[in-house]
Ligand binder design. Sequence first.
Ligand code: SAH
Length: 242
Amino acid sequence: MKLFVIGIGPGHERYLTAEAREALERAEVVAGYPLYLGLIRDLIRGKRQLSTPMRKEEVRCRMALESAAGGSVTALVCSGDAGVYGMAALVYELAPEYPEVEVVIVPGITAALSAAAILGSPLTNDFAVISLSDLLTPWDEIERRLAAVAAAGLVLCLYNPASAKRRSHLKRACDIVLRRRPEDTVCGLVRNAGREGESSRFLSLGELRDAEADMFTTVVIGNASTALIGERMVTPRGYRHD
Ligand code: SAH
């Protein structure tokens, strides 16, 4: 039986792809973190819902795999894309224990892309994404990656910039980037992209160091080419124009 692992995009159901919508329609059972089930509540009304708390990712994946193995078409939903800090890899790690289940990954719009579209066009040249969550990656490894990306001159998107327990991570990340980039580097913050309460703002790297961010925020740090053009953050692709 099929298990669809679906990225629902940033929030509002208008960002669902047609494929994701179709997979949700086919699903008899829908599993996911309650916040995400809430975002698509109108689409999954009447279906059996399996919700599990945050941090219980393995339990959530097993519930979904067991539901599919039991004969129900099942959907496991993640925000953004299920393969970007989502559940897709964990499902594949556990799937060999459920050989009767066919796993289908349905891509979604990841936060970096929805945030970029709100800010302007900051990801038009090479960029990298780093999560500041050290729940699954040691902090010293995160610092090494930040330093490498800063040295490589890539535009940098930060996911999980802070949480109640990780207040200082954004500041520490900025300090690493500030060793390689000037204080006036153009940066952007987007909170609740594509959701109720969406907000965004531009700030310099120096200001970002002391900015408040939370777990619903995506941060974009520009590189040497990134500029504000009018009210938008833009990293030129490199076209020459007169
Ligand atoms: N699978 C998700 C990412 C999960 S990690 C995706 O592809 O988008 C969770 C982090 O993603 C958050 O801490 C935040 O940095 C970012 N994020 C997810 N949804 C967001 C949204 N609607 N607006 C801004 N940032 C978001």
